[in-house]
Write a protein that binds this ligand. Structure first.
Ligand SMILES: Cc1cc2nc3c(=O)[nH]c(=O)nc-3n(C[C@H](O)[C@H](O)[C@H](O)COP(=O)(O)OP(=O)(O)OC[C@H]3O[C@@H](n4cnc5c(N)ncnc54)[C@H](O)[C@@H]3O)c2cc1C
Length: 405
C-alpha cells in the first residue's frame, strides 16, 4: 500500500478551523502582546470558551496540550488509529502559525494539562479536567539534568508537604494550578521523583517574579516558591510507589506526549515565516519553481526550496511521533527526534527568512523578526537540542543514562 503523506481526512476540518482561528483571532493581536509583555491577552478568554464548547460536544479540540493521552481502543477495528495526539499536533501547528506565545497562553491548554492527561488516573482527570495547569520542573540548580531536582515532597498524614523553588514556569502566574515535580526521597534517585498538582492559592505557594524574554512575550514565565505547601495525597499524579527498576519512567512519560507538541509549535512558527517569505519574494520578482532543480534557480529560490525540505522533514517526524503515541507504541526516541529536528529547523528557517527578506525581515513592519525571536525557545524548553540528541544517541547505541551523559 502506498504511503499517503496527506493529513488524515477526518482531521482536515479541525486543521482548517485551527488555521482560521489563528488567522482571525491570534494574528491580529500578535504584535500587541509582543510589546505588552506580562499583560494578559484578554481576547483569549473568548477563544478558550469556544474550545471548551467544542470539547464538551465530544469532539477533540486539537487546539492545545490538554488532549494528549494514551488511548486503549483502535479505530473501528482497523488496527491503526489517528487520535488525539495527531489531532493535537495538527491543531497546535496551525495555532502557532498564528502565534506561539498566544498558544502557550491559552487557558486550560497548558503543559501541566498534558501531564495530567498523560500520567493522571481517571479520578484525577475528572477532578483536574477543567483547570488550567502549568508545569514546574526546572530549578535554579537543575535544568537539563531534571533527575537532580531538589524540591521535596514529604508525606505527613494524608498530605504531602512541598518545599523548594521552581523557575521559568510557563503560565506559572496565570494558570489555576501548577504540576510540580518533587522528590519523595533524594537517596532513591530519579525513581522517587513524582509530580503533584498544586492549586493556585494553596498556602505556602508564592509567585515571586516574572521574566523578561527574547521571544514568546505574550506568555508569562514565573518563578514560584513552595514553603511548607500542603497538598492532599490524591494530588500525586500516578503511583506513589517508588520502583527503582522503573527509573524515571513515570514522570518522564509526560515528555513522550509533550515533545511532539513542541515540535508542532516549531512546525507552525516556521510555516508562518515560509508563507510570508514566499509572498515577499514573489512581490520582489523571485518565483520559486517546483518543476526545476534548485541549482538552476536564483540563490534566493534555491535557499527557499532547501528550507521547505527541512520543514517537511521536521513535520514528518512530528506526525510519526504523535501517530505512535495514538497507537500506544513506545515513542520516546521518535518524540526526541521530532523535537530536536523541529526545534533546530524553526530557529534556522525563521532566521534565514529574516536574512532573505533583508531590511523588511528585520524591521517590525512585518512579523518575521518576531518569529525568529519566538522560535528559539522551541529548541530549549521541554529539553534542549543537545539533550534530545543525547536521548536519541542512548536509544540508538543501547546505552543507559549513566553510560552516556
Ligand atoms: C521561556 C522559557 C519557558 C520555560 N518554561 C518551562 C516550563 O514551563 N516548565 C519548566 O519546568 N521549565 C521551563 N523552562 C526551562 C527549560 O526547560 C530549561 O531552560 C531547559 O531545560 C534548559 O535548562 P537550563 O536553562 O538550566 O540549561 P542547562 O541545563 O544549564 O544547559 C545549558 C546548555 O548546556 C547544554 N547541556 C546541558 N547538559 C548537557 C549534556 N549532558 N550534553 C550536552 N549539552 C548539555 C544544554 O543543551 C544548553 O545548551 C523554560 C525556559 C524558558 C527560557
Amino acid at each position: 500500500m502506498p504511503i499517503s503523506l496527506d493529513d488524515p481526512k477526518k482531521l482536515r476540518q479541525l486543521r482548517d478551523q485551527a488555521h482560521q482561528v489563528a488567522m482571525n483571532m491570534l494574528r491580529p493581536i500578535s504584535r500587541t502582546y509582543d510589546r505588552a509583555e506580562h499583560e494578559y491577552p484578554k481576547e483569549l478568554d473568548l477563544l478558550a470558551a469556544m474550545i471548551d464548547g467544542i470539547s464538551e460536544s465530544g469532539a477533540s479540540s486539537g487546539a492545545g496540550a490538554s488532549g494528549v493521552k494514551r488511548e486503549d481502543a483502535d479505530d473501528e477495528g482497523s488496527g491503526v488509529k489517528n487520535g488525539t495526539n495527531l489531532a493535537s499536533v495538527l491543531g497546535i501547528a496551525e495555532m502557532c502559525w498564528g502565534d506561539v506565545g498566544l498558544l502557550l497562553s491559552l487557558p486550560r491548554q497548558g503543559l501541566g494539562n498534558s501531564a495530567i492527561a498523560s500520567v493522571g488516573d481517571a479520578d484525577q482527570q475528572a477532578r483536574f479536567g477543567d483547570v488550567w495547569a502549568s508545569m514546574a520542573i526546572t530549578e535554579p540548580d537543575t535544568g537539563s539534568d531534571s533527575a537532580g531536582i531538589r524540591t521535596t515532597a514529604v508525606l505527613d498524614g494524608d498530605e504531602y508537604v512541598l518545599n523548594g523553588e521552581k523557575i521559568f514556569v510557563t503560565s506559572g502566574d496565570r494558570s489555576d494550578a501548577v504540576v510540580v515535580w518533587a522528590t519523595l526521597d533524594k537517596d532513591l534517585g530519579r525513581a522517587a521523583i513524582k509530580s503533584f498538582v498544586v492549586p493556585k492559592g494553596t498556602p505556602g505557594m508564592t509567585v515571586e517574579r516574572l521574566e523578561h524574554k527574547l521571544g514568546i512575550r505574550a506568555s508569562d514565565t514565573a518563578t514560584i516558591r513552595f514553603d511548607d505547601c500542603r497538598v492532599p495525597v490524591a494530588n500525586l499524579l500516578g503511583s506513589p510507589d517508588i520502583d527503582t527498576s522503573q527509573g524515571f519512567a513515570g514522570a518522564m512519560a509526560t515528555f513522550d506526549n509533550t515533545r511532539p507538541l513542541v515540535a508542532a509549535m516549531a512546525v507552525g512558527c516556521a510555516q508562518a515565516a515560509l508563507d510570508l517569505t514566499r509572498d515577499l519574494l514573489d512581490r520582489a520578482g523571485v518565483t520559486v519553481d517546483y518543476d526545476r532543480p534548485a541549482v538552476v534557480q536564483s540563490a534566493a529560490a534555491a535557499k527557499f526550496l532547501q528550507m521547505e525540505a527541512d520543514w517537511e522533514a521536521a513535520r514528518l517526524l512530528m506526525l510519526q511521533a504523535a501517530w505512535m503515541a495514538d497507537n500506544r507504541k513506545a515513542n520516546a526516541m521518535e518524540a526526541s527526534m521530532a523535537k530536536a529536528k523541529a526545534g533546530r529547523m524553526a530557529s534556522d528557517v525563521t532566521l534565514s527568512c529574516v536574512e532573505l527578506c533583508g531590511s523588511v525581515g528585520y524591521s517590525e513592519g512585518e512579523l518575521l523578526e518576531k518569529w525568529a525571536r519566538d522560535s528559539k525557545i522551541l529548541d530549549i524548553f521541554e529539553g534542549t537540542q543537545q539533550i534530545q540528541q543525547l536521548i536519541v544517541a542512548r536509544r540508538v547505541l543501547g546505552l543507559s543514562s549513566a553510560e552516556l551523559k
